[in-house]
Design a protein around this ligand. Structure first.
Ligand code: 3HC
Length: 286
């Protein structure tokens, strides 16, 4: 299965950086979104990112020009899908919307095209049937910031073919990522389950007044060697996303421990979503 052309659906935080990773990997890449504004914002961010990499000497001008040249944008899903060997869907985390997208892709994408979802919460078996090609469907889960984080969780569902897993794994390697294979559709896969456990402990320690959020973060960085403390990381991921992941996990497991933590619910209700809203556990400027 040769993959040369990739369509990334959704120009949000994840989709735009996944698309740029694909272009840097030498793939002809289309970034598709229903919003012109989101596409324009994505282009501006990616051009800025590439320029700063060139300025730092970490990317040559030629590599930057080549990647930005391979990356085009579109608001038209059907015509973009018709050109794709692999689709990576990174749209909003709503089952009904993903079902619609996968049904459209089933019609519009070439018969050989693999349809992957970046979803961290929805197992691909939920949307595979809508596509009419379940053997070509899996999760391909990237991490934020996707241009930096190496891991890609490749999650197979019961119908995913070995050829699909192999092809998606090969793409992740060509993006200079580190693919890991998740053999069972467990809620949260590997990374979000471990992150959920750390977050839960950190939130409980803060809620019990054991230590300040600053000191809990400092401990994670300086005692455990984590690059960021759990509160800094939740602010980066987005507290609405943390809330959504916990809720989705709870709905699957029914375990009280997986329920969104009261401190997260409080922040989300106050509109404090982390970096993207200017305030979460910490304030952010600009
Ligand atoms: N976009 C693109 N590049 C970024 C970036 C961003 N948002 N943030 C940082 N970078 C780049 C910088 O440009 C810099 O590149 P360089 O080394 O080539 O100059 C490099 O990352 C390091 O950045 P900084 O020096 O500014 O800061 P740090 O050394 O603290 O690194 C970090 C920042 C990479 C975000 C690091 O703190 C980190 O790894 N944090 C943990 C992130 C993490 O755990 N992510 C997973 C979240 S869970 C998830 O995504 C799952 C989902 O389902 C919710």
């Amino acid at each position: 299965m040769t993959i040369e052309r990739i369509l990334v659906i959704g120009a949000g935080t994840m989709g735009r950086q996944i698309a740029m990773s694909c272009a840097l990997g030498g793939y002809t890449t289309i970034l598709q979104d229903i919003s012109e504004q989101a596409l324009a914002a994505a282009r501006t961010e990616l051009e800025g990112w590439a320029a700063s990499r060139v300025a730092k000497g970490k990317l040559s001008q030629d590599e930057s020009d080549r990647a930005l040249g391979l990356l085009t944008q579109s608001t038209d899903l059907a015509s973009s899908a018709a050109q794709a060997d692999l689709v990576i869907e990174a749209a909003v985390e709503r089952l009904d919307i993903k079902e619609q997208i996968f049904a459209q892709l089933g019609q519009a994408a070439p018969a050989h095209a693999i349809l992957a979802t970046n979803s961290s919460t929805l197992p691909s078996s939920r949307i595979a049937a809508a596509s009419g090609r379940p053997e070509l469907v899996c999760n391909m889960h990237f991490f934020n910031p996707a241009l930096v984080m190496k891991c890609v969780e490749v999650v197979r569902n019961e119908q995913t073919s070995d050829a699909t897993v192999e092809a998606v794994t090969a793409v992740a390697k060509r993006l200079a990522k580190q693919p890991v294979l998740v053999n069972k559709e467990i809620p949260g896969f590997i990374a979000n389950r471990m992150m959920g456990a750390i977050n839960r402990e950190a939130l409980d320690l803060a809620a019990a007044g054991v230590a300040s959020i600053e000191d809990i973060d400092t401990t994670a960085r300086t005692a455990l060697g984590h690059p960021m403390g759990p509160f800094e990381l939740m602010d980066l991921v987005g507290l609405d996303v943390v809330d959504f992941i916990a809720q989705a996990t709870f709905e699957e497991t029914g375990l009280e421990a997986d329920k969104p933590h009261a401190l997260i619910v409080e922040k989300v209700q106050a509109g404090k979503l982390g970096r993207k809203s200017g305030e979460g556990f910490y304030p952010y400027k600009g």
